[in-house]
Design a protein around this ligand. Structure first.
Ligand SMILES: Cc1cc2nc3c(=O)[nH]c(=O)nc-3n(C[C@H](O)[C@H](O)[C@H](O)COP(=O)(O)OP(=O)(O)OC[C@H]3O[C@@H](n4cnc5c(N)ncnc54)[C@H](O)[C@@H]3O)c2cc1C
Length: 403
């Protein structure tokens, strides 16, 4: 390991790996550090990603595609099933990945592009000079080393501390930190090409239960609920999940259990500081409605890598120069979707089971040639004036503005 690099990346998830790969391919010297012994494990993800979205970055590979999804089912609290088939689901169909393999592949690609990688190496403090981030102190095997860098990327995920240490406000309100539990289950009959989503306040208050197949008879079965909803025994995510599994997978066998958090808040007010860019979950860019963050991590990682190259070439890594990164992702399709889905999520978490039933029944009746989030929202509002009322004037306006 050298003591000086053009770019230092903290965290080797999809966001960090893509930032490292992008910058190294363009000739920057890059070091990426990962506190875990191996990237991608343990998996804290349901591993679903949109087909078209993923293809923006890489060609799907059978080594890390566990299942191809052709349709989705949304199950209302009253048990009514709405099917979203390819004609209706449009861009929403996707893949379920093997993240253990996928994340390693991304790190391999970063290494192949020329980036140095250190695992079991934890950034424990930023190096700062006159308010400018100049690298980090890295702890490996009980020894702390200073590494200096022209630009530092905080890609340290949902539990991110690095940006906070640099003075950025990264607080997530408790109610906007979805708490999750997930089993990898086998031995049950599932449709290997369909995802299922169960909504309802008895099933998953302020969230949903998902079933994401990973091949024949195997699936990620998980739940996310609002962070302010389930602190006590009996109403924790794992309690809801156990009740769900008992009912729907009486013969299923659990081969893995994970727990984790997903932020469903607005993105950070600013994702840059002098010498620093914040990417992926650390920037709070996971989708507030779905909790999906793989694509957003790849997109912000890539954009940050590109801006690092430009800024270093111009010799200017001030907050003002790095704002190009912040402005680019906010103006993108992803940035706009985050804004819109935040507004929808704010309504979703307030819906009663009757509201949910009425929305899902009405959507099922709609004959939409193009089925995507946008057309879905428009139709829901038209068919369910009560929901429009819940949004209120201000909510409706910001939702329409974001569309
Ligand atoms: C239960 C659950 C289900 C999910 N399901 C989906 C889904 O189906 N689809 C989807 O798109 N998204 C899903 N997500 C979200 C998705 O997993 C994340 O959005 C995605 O992993 C974000 O990538 P990232 O690179 O920003 O962060 P991460 O993948 O979290 O990577 C951050 C890395 O930084 C490392 N790190 C942290 N601190 C330090 C430090 N100080 N020094 C060095 N390294 C450090 C961590 O060990 C980690 O490897 C889910 C999340 C959860 C919790």
């Amino acid at each position: 390991m050298k003591s000086t690099y053009d770019m230092l990346v903290i965290g080797a998830g999809p966001a960090g790996a893509f930032a490292a790969k992008t910058a190294a391919e363009k000739g920057l010297s890059v070091l990426m550090v990962e506190k875990r012994p191996a990237p991608g494990a343990p998996v804290r993800c349901a591993e679903g990603v949109g087909k078209e979205l993923l293809r923006e970055f890489m060609k799907p590979d059978e080594r890390w595609v566990a299942a191809e999804i052709e349709r989705a089912h949304l199950i209302a609290p009253d048990g009514f099933r709405m099917e979203m088939n390819p004609e209706k689901a449009g861009s929403e169909v996707g893949y379920v990945l093997h993240r253990k393999v996928f994340d390693r592949e991304l790190v391999w690609q970063a290494a192949a592009a020329g980036s140095d990688i250190m695992v079991k190496t934890r950034a424990c403090s930023p190096v700062m000079e006159n308010g400018v981030v100049k690298g980090a102190l890295l702890e490996y095997n009980g020894t702390v080393t200073e590494v200096r860098a022209g630009v530092t990327i905080a890609a340290d995920g949902v539990e991110s501390k690095f940006a906070r240490w640099c003075g950025v406000n990264t607080t997530v309100p408790l109610r906007e930190m979805e708490t999750c539990a997930q089993y990898l289950m086998t031995g049950s009959d599932i449709d290997p090409h369909a995802t299922e989503f169960f909504a309802g306040n008895d099933v998953a208050p302020g969230g949903y239960v998902w079933i994401f197949p990973k091949g024949e008879k195997t699936a990620n079965v998980g739940i996310g609920i609002g962070g302010d909803r389930g602190g006590k025994p009996g109403i924790r995510p794992i309690d809801y999940l156990n009740r769900f599994v008992k009912q729907h997978f009486p013969n299923g066998k659990t081969i893995e259990l994970i727990a984790g958090g997903v932020s469903i808040c607005k993105p950070l007010e600013s994702t840059v500081a002098d010498g620093l860019m914040i990417v992926g979950d650390a920037a709070r860019v996971s989708d507030p409605l779905t909790g999906g963050g793989i694509y957003n991590a790849l997109y912000t990682g890539k954009t940050a890598g590109e801006v690092a190259v430009d800024s270093l070439a111009k010799g200017d890594v001030s907050r003002k120069a790095l704002m190009k990164y912040d402005e680019t992702w906010r103006a993108s399709y992803m940035g706009k979707a985050l804004e819109r889905n935040y507004q929808i999520k704010e309504v979703f978490v307030k819906l009663t089971d009757d509201d949910l039933n009425s929305i899902i029944h009405s959507v099922a009746k709609m004959n939409m040639s193009e089925f995507n989030t946008l057309s879905l929202i428009k139709n829901i509002i038209t068919a369910n004036p009560k929901v429009a009322m819940k949004l209120g004037k201000a909510g409706l306006k910001s939702l329409i503005d974001s569309i």
